[in-house]
Design a protein around this ligand. Sequence first.
Ligand SMILES: [Zn+2]
Length: 428
Amino acid sequence: MIDAALSARIRDAVDARFAEQTDFLAELVRYPTLRGEEAPGQDFMAAALRERGYGVDRFRIDLDRIRNLPGFSQVPDSVSYENAYNVVGAWRSDKPKGRSLIMNGHIDVVPTGPLDRWDSPPFEPRIADGWMYGRGAGDMKAGLAGLVYALDALRDAGWRPAADVYLQSVIEEECTGNGALACVARGYRAEAALIPEPFNDKLVRAQVGPMWFKVDLQGHPVHVLTTGTGANAITAAFPLMQAVHGLIETWNADDRKHPAFAGVEHPINFNVGIIRGGDWPSSVPAWCSFECRVATYPGQDMEAAKAEIRACIDEAARRDPFLANNPPVVDFHGLQAQGYVLTGGEDAEAALRSAHEAAFGAPLEEIAITAATDSRFFGLNADIPSFVYGPQAEDIHGFNERVNLESVRRNTQAIALFVADWCGLEAA
Ligand SMILES: [Zn+2]
């Protein structure tokens, strides 16, 4: 436990540097760290960590080293890992007496969508009414910056962690999770992990495991003047999508719901995200492919789930005269995440709860989310209790993404207090 005077000193130290922290966040948002373009942003992070005296490990993700690990997501050959760098800043205590900690954030961001739908350019951060706008401001550069400044606050208050602390800036969170997995494969371990993803200053208790798959359909091409003799691959796709929708509704029914999601109305969301097909308005299309995202519950057998989806698509295809003899091909590729429920780590959770209360003056609430975070790799691959707790953001992955700066300030205070309690302190 942190006494009241120390708690106040640490919180004041966060406040004293908050303007600088906000500038740092803005700088981070200016790097368009889209997939394949993260390296300059990672260079910036490496420099910031080195400047602070941490041991910096900047390494390229080696697919051969992670390919056979649980949770690995296959990447298409077209995706290069040539510039795929993770950065880890380590504070290593000479005489550790507290408990070690991994702090992790991802620097990669999702595409912006059409720029003219943004009120201001996504990579030119703007502050209005206490919110910072920009792609990645919320998801999750505010959290990443907060980790850096939480440790700065301890130093400013005259302390440093009395245990090893690893601050990881990873990539690939938005598509595969292979960045965090590579950190685990490289050997980083600690007694707890903390990821400040933007979930409104709440503790994430449970998360689902999203997976991607693609369905390829054939058709029979004819001129439209004899449409009846052909088979349209595009329109044949819709009943298959409907069938999967129906299947996934059964996964959301109470008897299939994972207990951690009892209070969540619709935990498993199915999305058709990409469709392609055909090549000419006056030709019955000979091909169509659509790509989907679905999810499984923590502990759900993923192979059995895939088999259910395949069977559902096969059955729907058998009702189509052409597809019955030309069955669609279903391929699970890309993101293949397992769900995760935070269990164990009661001591760390108690520390986080009291840190949150000191910063926010209210108890820490918890939620179950219908998406995934990198915490699964620490929790499932390395048995490290993994806490997701970050600031309030809105329209992440949408237009005008923004993060609430007051929430960022308090969240940073809470994280600084958590580190002080969990890792213990030694005089700087
Ligand atoms: Zn995120």
